[in-house]
Write a new protein. Sequence first.
Length: 385
Amino acid sequence: MPDMSQDRSASVLQSLIKSETAGGLLLMAAAALALIIANTGLSGAYFSALKAYIGPLSVLHWINDALMAVFFLLVGLEVKREFTEGQLSTWAERRLPIIAATAGMIVPAITYLVVLGGSPGLASGWAIPTATDIAFALAVLALAGSRAPPSLKLLLTTIAVVDDVLAVAIIAFFYTASLNLTALLAAALIFAVMLVLNRAGTRRLLPYILLAIGLWLAVYLSGVHATIAGVLAAAAIPSGKEQPSPLDRLEHAIQPWVAFAVLPLFAFANAGVRLIGIAPDALLSPLVVAIAAGLFLGKQAGVFGSIRLAVALGWAARPQGASWLQVYVLALICGIGFTISLFIGGLAFDDPALVDQVKIGVLAGSILSALAGFVILRFVSKPQA
């Protein structure tokens, strides 16, 4: 008898891939538009609008602290689904993505620090090149058509899920400056209430959503980055039992908003950097080069090297129907680190000049990774029969 939960999980995953592929193309367009506007006569209005305040926060902070919490809520829901009933529900299925994602974060961080060469005041950016942008990466694979086998897309997606877990942990543990213990206690109590509701069998989404808003506010006031509230809320949403579960319903409800509104807005608000008038040496500053090298060189070395080693040691099998060249392309594309790399860069540095260098480095490393991966897949790799 077929496993209906696995079939449903595969269907959800395929839907996710299609949505994030289209969202990735929109993400590219939003980033390109931001770059164009930032280097035209509209730049003054663009930067002024981002700095304008709506209530207690600027437009930029509403996007980065509030809307991105919804993105991290979706990340948390996807992670929970994949680990409880999906493609990462057993240790055999988790092994290769965990190995690849972990090496794909450690090696870029080391690459960043080595290339940086001890430049003062920049070591805090070590985590910038460790992230993979799944929307961008899947969009590149989609452009390659039949030259990217389904197993490659599945492995990329599962690596990205593990990558997201590690990125959230990095943000929580390494980019929290100070703590408000009262607010932190309030957040813990709200989260505990959500877990109690889950254990009590509450399946309506409204109580969880209202509590999640309170959780976001408490986490924001605590000093921990507010987007972590999204991941915590996701952990408390019930899954399984009836189909679709509350987790499924919430995921399907917010997925289009994240793909087609939240992430493009984030890209538009954060990718704009004024290149006109920047001295050539600033484009090759240690920070720019270290980030670009971490994404383009460190990611491919970490991901591809760890997969080759895992297969050689018998810990995992090569993705079905994929050649080693195609697996190498997967590793290259993992160097597209746009969304979370920019996000971490904004947490790592306060100086606007350094934030601009972060943007240049992330764009350079991500574009190099995307172009190299696409060219190899499109013109070297053989299409699937």
